[in-house]
Design a protein. Structure first.
Length: 390
């Protein structure tokens, strides 16, 4: 098989890159180790920045997003039994949209299939070769038969555990990472959301997050130990802890419902530099991970592929290589801004196991400052809704 861009991984990064390239007249083939059903139902991030929404709409992917997405014009910081709203619209003129990653993936796959684009699901033994040559290759097995995809460029959008990043020779990449001493225990509940915006709660028992996926489904998280045994958390125990950490002195109460899903999410920061080697370009989780506190993961992936699509279009239509050469530096400027914001939100809102009263006083002082200073609230708001796409 031959194509211009071989894309490894059919998550939102790989699928959106293929979509943007198709609109620009550049050919691509996507290979994915999982099934179509798996990638369409893998529940992940759900908060889209303003720039992400604008790009999806502008590229023809906004019909269901605009109909079903929940537009939020602020969030609430909750501590000491009181809620404090950060008004994104008033501070920045922008908003966020709650629309699950799996829904974005469904929209992208639907658009690809309608356009006749190739997405090869359920492939095995994927590997990449000749990365420092002008003719790299992707090899894999499909239905037990070995196949080879010849291309001019490979996009590694296969996530943190994918094959692309480890295929770069030793000594090329610098790795920067931090592991946090806690995790998030998350649930999906069949309960109507009891608040119309996200709530970030700082509590002496640990952080909690109130979110939602639809008018009928609530998404909730609790800070727990990184080695927590999820089997020890009964539904009743989870609800008790959520009530304790989220409810306020003014009588606000959390709606309960059947728990549809439980998960334990580790918290870490991870970046590799550069995000490219030869004709291989990394994007999304293959190159960087952020703790979910700042809602940046999928939005960073979208920013990466918007830069990469523009660079690849210039390369294939006019032979320009300068944008490809600048790809890593362009993306990393935004990546490190998001890493800092996610670290800052995480550090401000979580109780650290070795934290003493001095640290707790600092956290409370920071929270008080953010909710009382327009300048501080604006800084949080403009980072949360997202800086303009590069």
């Amino acid at each position: 098989m031959r194509t211009q861009v071989g894309i490894v991984g059919a998550g939102p990064a790989g699928l959106l890159l293929s979509h943007l390239l198709r609109l620009a007249g550049v050919e691509s083939v996507v290979v994915e180790a999982r099934s179509r059903d798996y990638v369409e139902h893998r529940v992940r991030a759900g908060v889209l920045e303003q720039g992400t929404v604008d790009l999806l709409v502008a590229s023809g992917l906004g019909e269901r997003l605009q109909r079903e997405g929940l537009c939020h014009r602020g969030i609430e910081l909750r501590f000491a039994g009181r809620g404090h709203r950060i008004d994104f619209a008033a501070l920045t003129g922008k908003a966020i949209t709650v629309y699950g990653q799996q829904e974005v993936v469904k929209d992208l796959i639907g658009a690809a299939l309608r356009a006749g684009s190739e997405i090869l699901f359920d492939v095995t033994d994927v590997s990449v070769h000749d990365l420092d040559s002008p003719a790299p290759r992707v090899t894999f097995h499909r239905n037990g038969v070995p196949e080879e995809l010849q291309c001019a460029v490979i996009a590694g959008t296969d996530g943190f555990h994918g094959v692309c990043r480890p295929s770069i020779p030793p000594g090329v990449l610098a790795t920067f990472e931090r592991t946090y001493p806690f995790a998030w225990l998350g649930i999906l509940a069949a309960a109507p959301p009891s608040h119309d915006e996200l709530i970030y709660a700082y509590h002496e028992r640990g952080f909690a997050l109130f979110s939602m996926r639809s008018p009928e489904v609530t998404r909730l998280y609790l800070q727990v130990a990184p080695d927590e045994n999820i089997d020890e958390w009964s539904d009743a125990r989870i609800w008790r802890e959520l009530h304790t950490r989220l409810e306020t002195d003014d009588g606000w109460r959390l709606n309960e419902g059947p728990v549809l899903e439980k998960l334990l999410a580790p918290m870490r920061s991870f970046v590799v530099e550069p995000m490219q080697y030869g004709r291989l370009f990394l994007a999304g989780d293959a190159a960087h991970i952020v703790p979910p506190t700042g809602a940046k993961g999928m939005n960073l992936a979208v920013a990466d592929v918007s830069v990469l699509a523009r660079a690849l279009t210039a390369f294939f239509t006019s032979g320009r290589e300068d944008l490809l050469e600048q790809y890593s530096a362009t993306c990393l400027a935004r990546v490190w801004r998001a890493e800092h914001f996610s670290w800052w939100m995480t550090s401000m809102l979580h109780r650290f196991p070795d934290g003493d009263t001095f640290q707790h006083k600092l956290q409370r002082s920071q929270l008080d400052y953010v909710v009382s200073s327009r300048a501080a609230a604006t800084s949080l708001a403009e980072n949360y809704v997202g800086l303009p796409l590069p």
